[in-house]
Design a protein around this ligand. Structure first.
Ligand code: B12
Length: 471
């Protein structure tokens, strides 16, 4: 029996073919905080137990998790980062933890726990008593101190219960210790983001998002304020990655790495020159919006490339202004394809784009038009997904209307597909049709491209074979 202060449980997800699997930075941050304060921890990574949500996987998860939980006697058990696609596994994890430890020392954290209006999911559906909303680093330490002093978690001011909601936010995120990175070599990077065979680490340099896209929870009900780490703090972490693990390649997973188009030149100049001055000699990639791309000029491109930037991942989503507006993106794509061509002409940076197919009034013809538009953008890689409906977003309210805050769970629990997603279906385009259009999109985009073979992943959503429906 292992006596430890904190046992962390990383919930699994139905992994898509070609997608990434990365130990969550959120848990790594919590581990550092616990360690800094002299507490002990261990973790069970359920992503190593199952990689899909077929019935047989879930049965195995329950049996194996129960066996492993019984090896520990923790003061506190933290489940997370919880996200919506994990519903079926979260139910099993909560049941197993309650059975082994009782409900007084279990809590959940992560994006889903932070969304206003979804508290019922933890209290009623999972039968748990405590959640932590927002940043978990300081909260977890306070919780451990409370329990070790002999009080119960109810007495802890940072914990949300069925009769009290508390949101935790650390103003200066430079103060947070860099995350632990257990088992880093087993991280899998998605096909389109994989560089030239180097070991890649992921980093997040901000919390929150300045935008309110209608399909995304980041800028809506998840984080309250946008906060960005200082350049010095970001470079310090890169230096630690290089020194400690020999890492020379980083993916910045921030929703928008350079977040303000009006400040694009200054921000790019400040970051890239500081990176060059540090002489770290590392490569990196980032996620940006199209309105930031539009601001980038010849000089910015050269500086980005010199400082090691090797790929830009654009959240394009739709290719017409009207469709973009529907998603809450009040921008146009004017000049984007020319700008991408310029990037490729004067540097060796790659540019990839994500696209969302489907939505309220979108017809099959509209979707084919978006696919054609995506092909004309001069991108190296494209990623297409159906419009998924996540709680805490305006698209959720539009789709579920009066069915309310619990409807998504009912839909996922009774779904014969295992992936834990709600697809935005309409009478004109149901999910089978949408999946067919996604296959067409990939075939059209990669037709004749140098990476055609590698990018044409079979059974992309890991659904075929055992689903009744003809996909
Ligand atoms: C990197 C990333 C990925 C990576 C790696 C995921 C991973 N294992 O870390 C990849 C590409 C694999 C991925 C995949 C997916 N992702 Co993702 N991903 C992100 C992203 C961009 C950053 C996550 C991160 O590192 N954040 C930084 C850390 C510090 O924040 P954090 O995780 O929230 O953790 C803090 C707190 O939440 C809290 N906390 C977190 N966990 C816990 C646990 C405990 C016990 C406690 C106490 C506290 C706590 O404390 C932490 C430190 O303060 C987020 C967006 C975002 N900005 O967060 C989306 C996000 C988490 N992903 C999302 C989604 C939907 C997915 C996919 C389903 C996408 C898809 N449709 O295929 C898949 C499924 C993956 C899965 N695990 O189920 C959504 C979740 C939305 C929701 N409603 O639940 C997000 C929020 C994006 C969005 N804006 O919609 N993702």
């Amino acid at each position: 029996m292992k006596n430890i202060d904190l046992l962390l449980i990383n919930p699994p997800f139905h992994r898509r073919n070609g997608s990434g699997s990365i130990f969550p930075l959120g848990l790594g941050y919590i581990m550092s905080s616990v360690m800094d304060n002299g507490f002990t921890y261990d973790f069970i990574d359920c992503c190593k137990l199952i990689g899909a949500f077929w019935q047989s996987d879930l049965v195995w998860l329950r049996a194996e998790l129960l066996r492993r939980l019984k090896e520990y006697n923790p003061v506190l058990v933290g489940i997370g980062p919880c996200i919506t696609t994990q519903v079926k596994a979260l139910k099993i994890i909560a049941e197993c933890c309650r059975e082994v430890y009782g409900e007084e020392r279990i809590y959940c954290g992560g994006p889903l726990a932070s969304i206003d209006g979804q508290e019922w999911f933890f209290f009623d559906f999972l039968g748990l008593k405590y959640i932590v909303k927002g940043d978990g680093e300081r909260a977890v330490v306070e919780m451990l101190r409370t329990l070790k002093n002999g009080s119960c978690l109810n007495a802890c001011g940072c914990v949300t219960t069925s009769d009290r909601t508390v949101y935790n936010e650390i103003d200066d995120i430079d103060e947070i210790s860099f995350p632990q990175r257990p088992d880093m070599l087993s991280n899998i990077i998605s096909t389109r983001r994989r560089g030239d065979g180097k070991i890649t680490a992921t980093m997040v340099t901000s919390r929150g998002c300045l935008y309110n896209c209608r399909y995304c929870v980041s800028g809506n009900l998840f984080y309250k304020h946008f906060r960005k780490r200082s350049i010095g703090n970001i470079l310090d972490e890169m230096a630690v990655l290089k020194k400690t693990y020999g890492i020379t390649d980083v993916i910045f997973y921030d929703d928008c790495f350079f977040a303000k188009p009006a400040k694009a030149h200054n921000d790019i100049y400040d970051f890239c020159t500081a990176l060059l001055e540090r002489n770290l000699d590392m490569t990196w990639q980032m996620e940006i919006r199209c309105d930031l791309l539009q601001q980038i000029d010849h000089e910015d491109i050269q500086l980005l490339y010199r400082s090691g930037c090797r790929q830009m991942n654009l959240g394009v989503e739709k290719t017409t202004s009207e469709a973009l507006k529907y998603l809450g993106k009040h921008i146009t794509l004017t000049d984007c394809s020319r700008k991408i061509q310029l990037i490729k002409d004067i540097s060796e940076m790659k540019v990839s784009g994500t696209f969302i197919l489907g939505g309220k009034d979108e017809t099959e013809e509209d979707i084919l038009h978006i696919i054609q538009g995506s092909k004309e953008m001069n991108l190296d890689f494209a990623h297409y997904s159906p419009l998924f409906v996540y709680p805490g977003t305006p698209i959720y309210d539009e789709y579920f209307g009066s069915a309310g805050a619990t409807a998504w769970v009912e839909s996922i629990m009774k779904d014969s597909w295992p992936w834990g997603e709600v697809v935005y279906e309409t009478p004109a385009v149901n999910r089978n049709k949408l999946m067919g259009l996604i296959n067409i999109a990939y075939s059209k985009f990669y037709e004749g491209s140098p990476c055609q073979e590698e990018s044409m992943v079979t059974d992309r959503f890991n659904l075929k074979g055992r689903c009744n429906e003809n996909l």
